[in-house]
Design a protein around this ligand. Sequence first.
Ligand code: SAM
Length: 381
Amino acid sequence: MHLTATTQFGLEELLADELHALGADITHVGSRAVEFVGDQKLLYETVLWSRLAMRLLRPIAGFYAPDEATLYRETGRINWAELIGPDQTFAITAVVNKSSFEHSLYVAQLTKDAIVDQFRKRTGRRPDVDTRHPDVRLHLRMLENDVIISRDAAGDSLHRRGYRQATNDAPLNEVLAAGLVLLSGWDGRKPLLDPMCGSATILTEAGLIAQRMAPGLFNPNKFGFENWADFNPRLWQQVRQEALAQRIIEPQAYLAGSDIDPHVVEQARRNIAAADLTDCIHLEVADVKDARRPHDQPPGLLITNPPYGERLGQETEMAALYKTIGDTLKTNFQDYEAYVFTGNLEAAKSVGLKPKRRVPLFNGPIDCRLLKYELYAGSRR
Ligand SMILES: C[S@@+](CC[C@H](N)C(=O)[O-])C[C@H]1O[C@@H](n2cnc3c(N)ncnc32)[C@H](O)[C@@H]1O
């Protein structure tokens, strides 16, 4: 089957590598999406194992729709009874770009009408729409009037792993946090520290990687494909059992986080417990200026996501904070690789170190960079 996994800008190549490692035959790496071919087992494994996919879509049909009548007619040519049971609910999300249709909501409405009308005509009954928890979630993507309609195999965005109990104001989404860890090239063994850890998303994702835990195992709900007519419960059970068997209990790497806010550290503790990683991640309340590399450990990595200071008038405060981060890295983290993920490029200059690498990414709408610094004895200058 042909499948499309979507992700965040900047993570496409890593997602293609991840899917390839799962056994996918990659056919196209596009902007925020990777297309591939695989069988049903691969679909189940992708939903369970992918750390970088947001959505996993299985295309149903593709056509050109220059106008409303064509969109309605082409949607009506799909045999919807094969895809949505009479007692199932469905929802449709449309994303429209550079097309003659201006409003995606209108496109979604028109498509929904075509589906419902077909059911009414053929059976006299119609499935209900449930936009929050549909049994079958459909996606329509229209680019320059070329339409692809797909089913969402996961049913929801896979970044919602299900371990998050509580969050601070600005948690990273889990896919982005996993992306930062994987972009750093961390080997899953070296020490990894986050001295401004917030709700500890970076460390939790690192812990799942190190302990070979499938992120999809935390999902408390059904995945979309479990409501499909071709769902194979035995195969799904087998894929889950294989995933459970891969987990390593013994901590594989020294992972430690700290944050200045005790309340936030408490939230991090709850999230880590929900991810079953309590024995793998050390937490404490501390100011970043007091962060030190653990001397009983070999050199490792530091990955952190400081505040960006989006409110007006925070420029001086942010410059001082980023200078403190830079001073701490230079003084206390010799022989480390440090990654600072920020949307405040002006404040980042106050780190006072020359980045070896700058990876463009987005945190929601905010244009960000993952800045890599290499720290060695001479970097104090
Ligand atoms: C953008 S948030 C980090 C979010 C985190 N990546 C997550 O996923 O939840 C920045 C964090 O830096 C912390 N912070 C701010 N100033 C600090 C300082 N001087 N020392 C340590 N932590 C600090 C804040 O309390 C906040 O939790």
